[in-house]
Design a protein around this ligand. Structure first.
Ligand code: LLP
Length: 422
């Protein structure tokens, strides 16, 4: 459930008409609902109740400081994949002791910074990474808490680009090799084994793959015990899907119940790394129609947001609902491809949508709170849009629209004496 609803024919974010936001901040513009973010976070924390747990929000889904700050205030931990994300968490008031660090290519200086601020755990994805971590921690006179990200080889049955737990994906340590890598870790003097971890993919709409992965991890866990390796926490990653187009993914409550049943009698703290299920439906992208372009084969609604602002439809053929913001004026409906200004045929937000439109109308692309702004780029030299958070009847600009000069900040001309001949 989210807090974007119609009132008297106008779409609101909580208690604020989106027409008002478009007027004040222009379009395109991302709008997030604070109540929805909080609600989705609490769905996890309440589902786990008194079982020892930590919800580490996956920063990559939406890393705006206000979003991170809100989640930090609610008690969240964070799953990061770069030192940039770590610095964001710190700048947003997040507790480093609740941070887990995932990612296949951690650099020594990223490890050093994370050790310095005292993160909870490194989710290690390969033996060479483990060796680098031991070495880096050794140089700093520290001991790094580690969890191995195990690749359980289960099919998440999701889009191939966002499936991560199969043998032929680059992520994690193959489950058959994990015991050997744990044994190596146990011998190292600057790492301490604390956890086991997996993340099998994103936008999962059924529980079975999660439970298959869990079963494989538990087999490994028992073997580790036989080898005297003690695991304190189990991190199942993120991946719970959201309804984009009528999907009915399991609720955190049902997910948690199924897991806790299987974990009975084991003394394991449970970690999750949800991103999409917290942020996606807490955000919309507001865009305005520049032109309607009727055609023989197709009608195009050309809007002011493009693939540089929201790339999911272009990159994954993702379907996101596109709805009118103000339905008070009656209009004729037609089928439209909703396309952006970028010079690429693949620049679309939605195809073949039945909509009642006139030039100048506002549209809202739903489910844009996760993997929306964070994946935005400046392609076609388009400044990135602003981000706004509504909170009841209050509106906070949480990132201003990028200025034109920002497009070339950090670039420079060649020196005057640069030769033009070669
Ligand atoms: N943990 C790890 C290690 C991850 O790689 C991811 C997402 C998550 C947690 C969060 O997963 P979530 O709960 O959001 O499913 N850009 C794609 C999604 C890429 C997901 C990458 N990893 C999209 O727009 O669909």
């Amino acid at each position: 459930m989210d807090h974007f609803d119609y009132r008297d024919g106008v779409l609101y974010g909580e208690d604020v008409p989106l027409t008002q936001i478009a007027e004040r901040f222009g379009t395109p513009c991302y709008v997030y609902s604070k109540a929805t973010l909080a609600r989705h976070y609490r769905a996890y924390s309440e589902a786990l109740g008194s079982h020892p747990h930590l919800i580490c929000y996956a920063v990559k889904a939406n890393s705006n400081l206000a979003v991170l700050n809100l989640l930090a205030r609610l008690g969240a931990g964070f799953d990061i994949v770069s030192v940039g994300e770590l610095e964001r968490v710190l700048a947003a008031g997040g507790d480093p002791a609740k941070v887990v660090f995932s990612g296949v290519a951690k650099q020594a200086d990223e490890m050093a910074r994370a050790l310095d601020v005292g993160i909870k755990c490194f989710n290690v994805e390969s033996l060479p990474e483990l060796e680098r971590l031991d070495d880096t921690a050794g140089r700093l006179g520290k001991v790094a808490a580690v969890s191995l990200r195990v690749n359980p080889d289960v099919d998440a049955r999701t889009h191939p680009y966002i499936s991560t737990g199969l043998k032929d994906n680059k992520f994690g340590i193959p489950v058959e090799q994990a015991l050997g890598v744990y044994a190596r870790a146990a011998q190292m003097s600057h790492v301490r084994v604390v956890g086991i971890d997996c993340h099998i993919g994103s936008q999962l709409t059924e529980l079975a793959p999660f439970l298959d992965a869990l079963d494989r991890l538990l087999v490994l866990l028992d073997r580790l015990k036989e080898h005297g390796i003690h695991i304190e926490h189990l991190d199942l990653g993120g991946g719970l899907g959201v309804p984009y187009q009528g999907e009915r993914p399991p609720a955190p409550f049902d997910y948690a119940r199924a897991l806790l049943e299987r974990l009975e009698g084991r003394n394991l703290t449970l970690l999750f790394e949800p991103g999409r299920s917290i942020a996606a439906n807490a955000g919309v992208l507001l865009t305005r129609i520049e032109y309607l372009k009727p055609g023989e084969a197709k009608n195009f609604a050309i809007v002011d947001a493009g693939m540089n602002d929201l790339i999911r439809p272009s990159l994954y053929q993702a379907w996101q609902a596109i709805i009118p913001v103000d339905t008070r004026e009656p209009r004729d409906t037609a089928r439209y491809d909703v396309v952006g200004p970028v010079c690429e045929t693949g620049d679309f937000l939605g195809k073949d949508r039945e909509l009642a439109l006139a030039p100048g109308d506002l549209l809202a692309v739903r489910s844009a709170g996760a993997y929306g702004f964070v994946m935005a780029s400046n392609y076609n030299s388009r400044p990135r849009p602003p981000e706004v958070m509504v909170d009841g009847d209050r509106v906070h600009l949480v990132r201003r629209r990028e200025g034109i000069e920002a497009l070339w900040a950090g670039e420079s001309l060649l020196p005057e004496d640069a030769s033009e001949s070669h």
